[in-house]
Design a binder for this molecule. Structure first.
Ligand code: 5GP
Length: 215
C-alpha cells in the first residue's frame, strides 16, 4: 500500500490512540513503523519502575524511575492511566499528552488492557486498537523464541497474554499480525482514517460552509 501523505495538513486536534496487545504480537515494531510513516503522530514515552533492558534508552523507550519517584508522581495525579504489568509499574504522564493533542499532534499509547480501560473512561474520544496474534499457539512460539527472558518470566507472559487477549472485544479496531508488512499497513490505515474524521476537521467545514459563496 502506498500512502502519500505529503500534502496532509495537521488536523485541528490530535487523536489519542491506544494500542494494546500482549508481548509477542509485534506491537512495538508496528508502532515504530507507524511513527516513521504517519505525519503529525508522536509516541508517549511511559514511566516505569521496570529495570532497563540492554539497548533501551532512558527518555526514549521509557522514563526509568525509582519506585519512590514513581509514587510521588502517582500521588500528584500526574498519570493519565497507570497499571501493574508483569510485576512492574507503568504509567502515562497526562501533561505531555494533553499538550500534543491540543497542538494537533496525535499520540500513540502502547499500554496494557488495564490502562486501556482507564483511558476509555477518562478520555472517551480515544481510539483503541488491539494487535492480535494469528493464534494462541503462534503467540506462545513467539514468546518462547525470545532469548532474553528466563523460563518463569516466559510462563507468566504466556498466562497474562491469554488474559489480555480475552479483552479484545472491547476495542474499536482489531489488527491481526500474521504478516508484519500487511499488519503495518492495516494499523497505518486506521491511524490515518481516524484523523480524517469530520469532527477533527472543523476548520475545513468552516472554509466551505455556506456553499462557498463570497457575498
Ligand atoms: P515491556 O516491559 O515489555 O516494555 O512492556 C510490558 C507491558 O507493559 C506491555 O504490554 C506494554 O504495553 C505495557 N505498558 C508499557 N507502558 C505502559 C503504560 O504507560 N501504561 C500501561 N498501562 N501499560 C504500559
Amino acid at each position: 500500500m502506498t500512502l502519500d501523505l505529503s500534502r496532509w495538513e495537521k488536523p485541528d486536534k490530535g487523536v489519542l490512540f491506544v494500542v494494546t496487545g500482549s508481548s509477542g504480537t509485534g506491537k512495538t515494531t508496528l508502532v515504530r513503523a507507524a511513527l516513521e510513516r504517519v505525519p503529525h503522530l508522536s509516541f508517549s514515552v511511559s514511566a516505569t519502575t521496570r529495570p532497563i533492558r540492554p539497548g533501551e534508552l532512558h527518555g526514549v523507550d521509557y522514563l526509568f524511575l525509582s519506585p519512590e519517584r514513581y509514587d510521588q508522581l502517582l500521588v500528584q495525579g500526574a498519570f493519565l492511566e497507570h497499571a501493574s504489568v508483569y510485576g512492574n509499574r507503568y504509567g502515562t504522564l497526562r501533561e505531555p499528552v494533553e499538550q500534543a493533542i491540543d497542538a494537533g499532534v496525535s499520540i500513540i499509547l502502547d499500554i496494557d488492557t488495564q490502562g486501556a480501560e482507564q483511558v476509555r473512561s477518562s478520555w472517551p474520544a480515544a481510539v483503541s486498537i488491539f494487535i492480535l496474534p494469528p493464534s494462541v499457539e503462534v503467540l506462545e512460539q513467539r514468546l518462547r523464541g525470545r532469548a532474553t527472558d528466563p523460563e518463569e518470566v516466559i510462563q507468566r507472559r504466556v498466562r497474562e497474554a491469554g488474559l489480555q487477549l480475552q479483552e479484545c472485544g472491547r476495542f474499536d479496531y482489531l489488527v491481526v499480525n500474521d504478516q508484519l508488512s500487511s499488519a503495518a499497513d492495516q494499523l497505518q490505515a486506521v491511524l490515518v482514517a481516524e484523523q480524517l474524521r469530520r469532527p477533527r476537521r472543523d476548520s475545513w467545514v468552516a472554509r466551505f460552509e455556506g456553499g462557498g459563496t463570497t457575498e
